[in-house]
Design a protein around this ligand. Sequence first.
Ligand code: COA
Length: 218
Amino acid sequence: MKAPCMSIAAAPVEVALFDLAYATALAPAGAPSPRDLADAPPREPSRTLFLARRAAARMLAARRLGRPPSDIDIARDAHGAPRILAPDGARPPHISLAARANICAIALGDARVGVDLEPIDEPFEPPMNVLHPAERARIAASADPHEAFLRVWTAKEAWLKACGTGLAREPARIEIRPVGAQGFAVRDAAATAEPAFARSVVVAFGGRRVALAWAALA
Ligand SMILES: CC(C)(COP(=O)(O)OP(=O)(O)OC[C@H]1O[C@@H](n2cnc3c(N)ncnc32)[C@H](O)[C@@H]1OP(=O)(O)O)[C@@H](O)C(=O)NCCC(=O)NCCS
């Protein structure tokens, strides 16, 4: 049987995957908040998936803060990045989300975090123009260019989400460099900091293989 959620990491960044098809697993989050209902896209299936992501995020943040999920409110900043609003004085964790179809990744941390995921088992033509020249060379020389591309891409998106800009910036100007089997470094001339913590992994979840990356700022 497939699991409705899986913990991937606990510290310094907490990362979990959810299969949003399991509505019963999200039931403890209770009814959607008025903000969730107002922020949700109007059309299906995007609306149901957005509300399921918010339910999963409120559950994870509530567990971390020792509060009921109904105390957790998730807003967005001016760039669209999600922000947990503090329930009466509690210091809320930073949050990041990513989703592909039913699979959702959520990262929580004490510093700003970014997370991204891409299923590896879908054939597609990689958009090479999003890559830095050094990344292109490394991917072309790798044993599995498809997987290598998705690991670089998820790492780059995780970094850009942690920075709070998303793809409003030119991704080809940023270089992701693998460090060991699971780490990565970032060369980003526009950034004021290196990632304090960065991971890129491939995991099996929901019957799929998924490239998953997360990063935290210092
Ligand atoms: C953030 C962004 C990279 C997400 O890309 P995506 O592949 O469509 O979607 P993902 O599943 O990976 O991530 C979605 C999550 O990104 C988060 N997000 C959105 N804008 C963000 C930002 N500026 N910084 C950090 N996270 C952001 C949201 O939490 C969203 O999940 P939610 O809708 O459940 O809240 C993209 O939406 C983006 O670049 N947005 C900001 C700039 C912009 O809007 N540019 C116009 C298009 S170029």
